[in-house]
Design a protein around this ligand. Structure first.
Ligand code: NAD
Length: 361
């Protein structure tokens, strides 16, 4: 059996508890792991003077894959954001956000099984901005006005939207590779190419080219506003959705909301050489140290990691065990219980025990 070396980053708040629950579930799923535990977050700031120590980054680079708990972002204090730091240092260009309804999790929609693939480095998020009234903004405005028939006001603030062929190709290719590896039937490119003919037009054209390389997977495209309406009206028509950064930011939360929200939403950040998986929720400090936080999102992030490692059967085992325990609604954390009664609820570790027992049985 192959042993997978994985960097394990427990993080802050409820992070260490949900990470420990996840590590135990993954150790019981029939795949061998060598865990390389590394600090990031508030504790790392105290011990290493940095929320994201170089040694932690080096470990993810060495192992190629990391599993990360949530990190408290200090307010003020000048620390860089761990999530932005990781994304940039490791070139994690794809943000993978599956959204699947589960029996036992309250949600407005039923039978949703969507995957949002968001481009993570380009678009309006590249950080190229000019504040209103600055000499730099006026320079850029002067330059643009000399070349464009549609003058920009001298008083405008600017954020540059950039979309490259390479960036578009690798994100769309990632979406198709994910679809192929995970038996998905269709990829939809989401864009606003009718208005942004050059940037989103480029994204769409590249998506069409890449789609031609995957004839066994259906391809279509939707304009982003229409996509939102379609998700509300006929979400079952969709499968894997791939899109530039801003639309991905919005649609991934829309889909998370459709399937029951934070406690059950996993994610992955994938680059050419490395990938880091994490729940989308934060460090929930009010629940920290009480063995009451819901470990589902982190365990499902672990299952996503298994898929990334080519361990699809093990991923399905974990997902099926989580689904069964959540559907039963007994040995789950209080937030997943219909009565929300903490006295009858399982703790974080008790829920992990129930999932492990389900995989064994
Ligand atoms: P949060 O996700 O921590 O909490 C929002 C709400 O959901 C709270 O009521 C919380 O108690 C509840 N909650 C979240 N996860 C839960 C779980 N697993 N089980 C039970 N309840 C859960 O968001 P926040 O309060 O806005 O942020 C807290 C801290 O986390 C901040 O410092 C923020 O910057 C950070 N954060 C980190 C990440 C990350 O590392 N990826 C993501 C979001 C927020």
């Amino acid at each position: 059996m192959t042993t997978h070396n994985v960097t394990l980053i427990p993080g802050d708040g409820i992070g260490p508890e949900v990470t420990e629950a996840t590590r135990r579930v993954l150790d019981a799923c029939g795949v061998a792991f060598a865990w390389d535990e590394q600090p990031a977050g508030m504790e790392a700031a105290e011990t290493h003077g940095d929320v994201l120590p170089e040694g932690t980054l080096a470990s993810v680079r060495r192992n190629g894959v990391g599993l990360k708990g949530p990190i408290t972002t200090p307010i003020g204090g000048g620390f860089r954001s761990v999530n932005v730091g990781l994304r940039h240092a490791l070139g994690l260009y794809a943000n993978l956000r599956p959204g699947r309804t589960m029996v036992g999790v309250q949600s407005t929609f039923e039978e949703i099984d969507l995957v949002v693939v968001r481009e993570n480095m380009e678009d309006l998020y590249a950080g190229v901005e000019f504040d209103a009234g600055t000499p730099e903004a006026r320079d850029v405005i002067g330059f643009v006005n000399a070349r464009s028939g549609k003058p920009i006001s001298d008083e405008a603030a600017l954020t540059i939207k950039m979309i490259t062929p390479e960036g578009s190709r690798r994100i769309v290719r990632y979406a198709f590779e994910y679809a192929r590896a995970n038996g998905r039937r269709q990829v939809t490119a989401v864009h606003k190419a009718n208005i942004m003919k050059f940037t989103d037009g480029l994204f769409l054209r590249v998506a069409q080219e890449v789609a031609a390389e995957y004839p066994e997977i259906a391809f279509n495209d939707r304009i982003v506003d229409n996509m939102c309406m379609q998700l509300m009206q006929k979400p079952q028509d969709y499968d894997v959705l791939v899109m530039p950064n801003l639309y991905g930011d919005i649609l991934s939360d829309l889909v998370a909301g459709m399937v029951g929200g934070l406690g059950v939403a996993p994610s992955g950040n994938i680059g050419a050489e490395t990938a880091v998986f994490e729940p989308i929720h934060g460090s929930a400090p009010s629940h920290a140290g009480k063995n009451e936080a819901n470990p589902t999102a982190m365990i499902l992030s672990g299952a996503l990691m298994l898929r990334h490692l080519g361990e699809r059967e093990a991923a399905e085992r974990v997902e099926a065990a989580v689904a069964a325990v959540v559907a039963e609604g007994e040995r789950v954390t209080y937030d997943l219980r219909a009565d929300r009664d903490p006295a009858k609820a399982a703790g974080t570790s008790g829920m992990a025990d129930a999932i492990i027992a389900r995989m064994a049985g």
